[in-house]
Design a protein around this ligand. Structure first.
Ligand code: V47
Ligand code: SF4
Length: 375
């Protein structure tokens, strides 16, 4: 509160920013135009203080983390999103496609570990049908009975249900009955129709993405949401994206976390046209997301995308959750040029805790529903 009063007392804040800050402090919602003003005129320090205030209201000094792995079952994908460095065709020597046996073998390796969540995704490929997963999810749960399965982006789900000729409701119900616990936030990219057509023309549109998440929430499957930013979109597009998510959350209350994903520019077809935005832009984007999404409980910093240093800094800009130990299980971002120590995408519990503690926060190990894991 001291810092926030100091902020308001400061003589050189423009009136429109002061009014926004007063609204946020008194728990009022800011609107579309005010969101744009924050992007255009909000300085980093101002945004950090305001986002930290919002985060504090939700979680105090707590910062959550989890022990998890990703299972990227295939990088073969028949879509051609221009920002993607991950996707390959059957002919590519570095493509992979895991069989049922290989997936179970991988899962078995974690039987004696402390992981609480497996995040399953992959390219869009007919091989991984609804039947394939309804047969396999129970086998995974059999090997790891306590595991939370957060699986399949809305884009993958749409393809699965289309091929199975089932409605979204029917398909999700089958998956839920087979062991699906929640849905990750991928495939949202940027909702604006024009930009979406330019960067991922084959993907379902915003309305379908939102419908899939809304239906999931109705049947008790919680989910996350992402936003891919820092490519060809502008601030209006980002606020439009946040606005659509905030509206759905008002209705359905089923989103757990929002995860901003910065466009990483290596090895994809957008690389020649677009570079990467600065870390200052990343922090502003975290802060404004935290301020705007007043009904999202969590703002997740995905360190495999941002890098560790930026993840640490993001804790001062509204982020309350660091995902996760990862155990060297994801390739999406190393393929897009993010570099990791010893080429390994992993953080120990000790390292995560230290990162959080060093910046003055309290590390809290969580499960996928953000319940504290007592040790
Ligand atoms: O939808 C692909 C993004 C997403 C690039 O829900 C890229 O907990 C940046 O959704 N630069 C998939 N981003 C990852 C994802 C995710 C990750 C971590 C946690 C959760 C969660 C969800 O990755 C895609 C796309 O937006 N992506 N290529 C790239 N070059
Ligand atoms: Fe395929 Fe997903 Fe890459 Fe698009 S982002 S090309 S859907 S793997």
């Amino acid at each position: 509160m001291k810092t926030i009063n100091f902020l308001l007392d400061s003589a050189n804040i423009p009136t429109e920013l002061r009014e926004i800050a007063e609204k946020v402090i008194s728990g009022k919602r800011i609107d579309y135009q005010e969101g744009i003003t924050l992007f255009e005129k909000g300085e980093l320090n101002f945004l950090g203080i305001l986002a930290d205030f919002v985060k504090n209201k939700f979680h105090g000094k707590n910062v959550y983390f989890n022990q998890n792995i990703h299972l990227e079952v295939t990088n073969i994908c028949r879509y051609k999103c221009v920002f993607c460095s991950f996707s390959r065709s059957y002919r590519d020597l570095d493509s992979w496609e895991m069989s049922e046996e290989e997936i179970l073998e991988r899962v078995k390796n974690f039987q004696h570990s402390q992981i609480t969540e497996i995040h399953i995704t992959g390219g869009v490929s007919a091989k991984y049908s609804l039947d394939f997963w309804c047969n396999l999810l129970p086998k995974i749960k059999n090997l790891l009975p306590q595991i939370h399965l957060k699986a399949f982006s809305a884009v993958e789900l749409f393809e699965m249900f289309l091929n199975a000729q089932l409605s979204i409701y029917q398909g999700l119900t089958r998956l839920k009955n087979s062991g699906l616990d929640s849905i990750p936030g991928g495939g949202a990219e940027i909702f604006n129709e024009k930009i979406r057509k330019e960067i991922c023309s084959e993907k379902i549109d915003a309305e379908k993405w939102l419908e899939i998440h809304e239906t999931a929430h109705q049947i008790g499957i919680l989910s996350n949401a992402t936003m891919l930013y820092g490519h060809i979109e502008n601030y209006e597009h980002r606020i439009e994206h946040l606005e659509k998510l905030r509206n759905l959350q008002d209705l359905s209350q089923g989103f757990l976390a929002f995860i901003p994903l910065k466009y990483r520019s290596k090895n994809n077809s957008l690389s020649e046209k677009v570079g990467e935005v600065s870390i200052i832009e990343d922090m502003k984007n975290y802060a404004i997301s935290r301020i705007y999404l007043d009904n999202f409980p969590h703002l997740k910093g995905y360190w495999a995308m941002s890098g560790k240093e930026a993840a640490k800094t993001s804790l001062h800009f509204g982020v309350d959750d660091l995902d996760g130990t990862l155990q060297n299980s994801t390739k999406i971002y190393s393929m897009a040029g993010v570099e990791f120590e010893n080429q390994k995408v992993e953080m120990s519990v000790l390292e995560l805790k230290k990162m959080i503690l060093d910046d003055g926060f309290i590390p809290v190990e969580r499960n996928s529903l953000y319940q504290k894991i007592e040790k």
